[in-house]
Design a binder for this molecule. Structure first.
Ligand SMILES: [Zn+2]
Length: 89
């Protein structure tokens, strides 16, 4: 379990928001991969480790993009951090 305090969650979300809005007001130009990178950097998303060499779940999106050669070296598969998946009160 990777529990985060409310203060740590708040800090992570602020870090993510600042990264996404770094070029305000030109946010329409932000790239989806930049958003993903910012989410990883802030701890909202986590890279699955070790890299899956088979489809790692029913909702695994990496399976949609990988070739057999890609699977041989392992998928770069991201998951929401556990604290991001928790139900809200
Ligand atoms: Zn996966």
């Amino acid at each position: 379990m990777n529990a985060k305090t409310i203060a740590a969650q708040h800090a992570a979300l602020i870090q993510f928001a600042r990264a996404v809005f770094v070029d305000w007001p030109n946010v329409a130009l932000i790239d989806a991969l930049d958003i993903q990178d910012a989410a990883v950097e802030a701890g909202l998303l986590q890279l699955v480790s070790p890299a899956p060499t088979i489809r790692c779940g029913e909702s695994c999106e990496c399976a949609e993009y990988l070739s057999p050669a890609g699977w041989a070296i392992g998928a770069r598969c991201y998951r929401l951090a556990e604290w991001m998946r928790e139900a809200q009160p």
